[in-house]
Design a protein around this ligand. Structure first.
Ligand code: NAP
Length: 503
């Protein structure tokens, strides 16, 4: 099968804007001109002077579009587009426009169906077969994924019918059907911001290496919920590109661990990063771990192991790598704020280095459970002033967009060094206030990069450049490449290693 194309969807309220947007689609192979929504709808004007092949669509309100005129008007517009030589015209399966299929014996017709109700339509395969039987050149099926596994029946459609298909699941859980268009058997994928979960052509090309993916590319991803702000695809796709690997890394936003497992089995995912809230649940589902992950009772990475999965936790070494350069943990009092998956990894890391760990959480029982992993104490929030040398925030408090929040008030920051696992923003309120209080500080970005480097190496046997991954992460955060990205204080108080001189 040939490689899928990129079709950029353009919408506008007026013809001048639609044409300008059409002509701005330089990365796409074809452009979908959405005539619905135009106040001055003119088919000839929309097509005139086009530089790329187009699909003309006039989506009615009853199929999720903006056209509120009569069906007869709509039919006339689409017929005019065919007569004017439009390469493709989109005809809804539920419309009564069968005569349009006869104009070119189905050639140039995209017969489409869109389901906005979350879930998989019960008649999916029968519908696809019936649509194919009309003779339309392209059959397009868009469903709304309520969970990752809703993408799986789309894979099966390919077995039911031959010929060109576009199979897409809308919504964030459906993103794999867009990035992995080649695997799902789509002849093109729509790009833009006209539908939930749609990605821009630039993101498909630059972040996800759309043009280098085939149906056989190895599939990796990050699973968790929500994944809106994850930087992992930017880092890992940059790593795969630099290592010349034919592999994709995709956000796999799952409803729960079962949902991820079902999708991964059907699509053949070979490795994944695990983020909240699945780090402990998936630990219980893998068949083998390394001793440190086993001790943590949490994993952040899986790879295929026979019929099951092997797990590891690169957060442990990833947390220590940048910290070791700045702070000597041995024999210090270490207070961890939070008792989730990351706190477990941090607790193991600090105990391994000889730190005396306390864990502080709003649920003291959870704090006790994590502290027990390393023979430490579980206590309430906040860590009392004077009780710690190193404080680690392992909660999401302070993450974008709630950047005004902090897990520990400024007047309680009395120790020597503060780490914040939060990486967006790079410099959190906690870190700013810690520096003002005389503490050394370390933000979450370096750990993020270090754990991602280790993940890539564990999956592929090849170590990517940390600098490259850091730049990819900063790019995804929208930070200019030459800015100052560390949050290291020049003269931190406490037991800071002599090696600490910035990075
Ligand atoms: P998690 O498993 O969901 O745990 C979150 C912890 O934070 C839980 O103990 C939770 O308490 C606590 N928490 C949440 N909101 C809180 C609030 N408003 N006040 C007090 N405690 C609160 O998440 P995780 O995987 O451990 O990740 C935690 C943070 O670390 C996230 O921001 C994540 O992005 C970051 N992280 C960064 C890196 C890195 O490489 N830089 C790596 C891993 C994680 P409850 O159990 O009571 O809800």
């Amino acid at each position: 099968m040939s490689m899928p194309l990129i079709c950029e969807t353009v919408t506008a309220n007026d013809l001048t804007t639609l044409r300008a947007r059409r002509d701005g689609c330089r990365a796409a192979d074809l452009v979908e001109l959405r005539l619905d929504g135009l106040v001055d709808l003119d088919v000839g004007g929309a097509l005139a002077g086009r530089r790329q092949p187009v699909i003309v669509t006039c989506r009615p309100q009853w199929e999720g579009g903006r056209f509120d005129g009569s069906e007869e008007e709509r039919r006339r517009f689409l017929r005019a587009a065919l007569d004017a030589g439009a390469e493709y015209v989109d005809v809804e399966w539920r419309s009564d426009f069968s005569e349009l299929l006869d104009v070119r014996r189905g050639r140039g017709i995209v017969l489409s169906t869109h389901d906005f109700k979350a879930g998989v339509p019960s008649d999916l395969e029968a519908r696809v077969a019936a649509m194919r039987a009309t003779g339309a050149e392209i059959v397009k099926v868009a469903i709304t994924a309520s969970r990752l596994a809703d993408c799986v029946p789309l894979l099966d459609c390919r077995r039911v019918v031959d010929g060109p298909l576009v199979l897409v699941a809308m919504g964030r859980a459906g993103i794999p059907t867009r990035v992995l268009a080649a695997r799902f058997g789509s002849c093109w994928m729509y790009a833009g911001d006209a539908a939930p979960g749609q990605l821009s052509a630039e993101r498909l090309l630059n972040d996800f290496r759309f043009r280098s993916l085939t149906g056989d590319s190895a599939v990796y991803g990050v699973t968790g919920r929500p994944l809106e702000h994850t930087l992992s695809p930017a880092m890992h796709n940059a790593a795969f590109a630099s290592l010349a690997l034919e592999a994709a890394y995709v956000p796999l936003e799952a409803a729960d661990a079962d949902d991820f497992m079902k999708f991964a089995a059907a699509v053949g995912v070979v490795g994944a990063s695990i983020t909240a809230p699945f780090k402990e649940e998936l630990f219980r589902r893998v068949v083998t771990w390394d001793p440190e992950s086993r001790r943590a009772g949490a994993i952040n990475t899986v790879r295929r192991h026979g019929e099951g999965w092997a797990g590891t936790n690169t957060d442990i070494a990833g947390f220590l790598a940048p910290l070791r350069r700045r702070f000597d943990v041995s024999n210090t009092r270490c207070a961890i704020v939070g008792a989730g998956g990351a706190a477990r990894a941090v607790a193991i890391a600090l105990a391994t280095e000889g730190g005396h760990v306390t864990v502080h959480a709003r649920d003291v029982q959870k704090a006790e459970t994590v502290a027990a992993l390393v023979g430490g104490r579980g206590l309430a929030l906040p860590p009392p002033p004077g009780s710690w040398d190193l404080l680690v925030n392992a909660t999401p408090v302070g993450t974008f967009p709630r950047v005004e929040e902090t897990p520990v008030a400024a007047h309680l920051l009395t120790g020597g060094f503060v780490c914040d696992l939060v990486y967006n923003p790079l410099d959190t309120r906690l870190l700013t206030e810690a520096r003002a209080a005389g503490c050394g500080t370390l933000g979450g970005l370096e750990m993020l990069v270090a754990q991602a480097v280790l993940q890539c190496e564990w999956w592929t046997g090849q170590r990517p450049s940390a600098t490259l991954l850091g730049e990819a992460a900063l790019g995804a955060l929208g930070v200019p490449p030459n800015g100052s990205h560390t949050s290291i204080d020049a003269c931190p108080r406490g037991r800071v290693s002599r090696e600490a001189s910035g990075s």
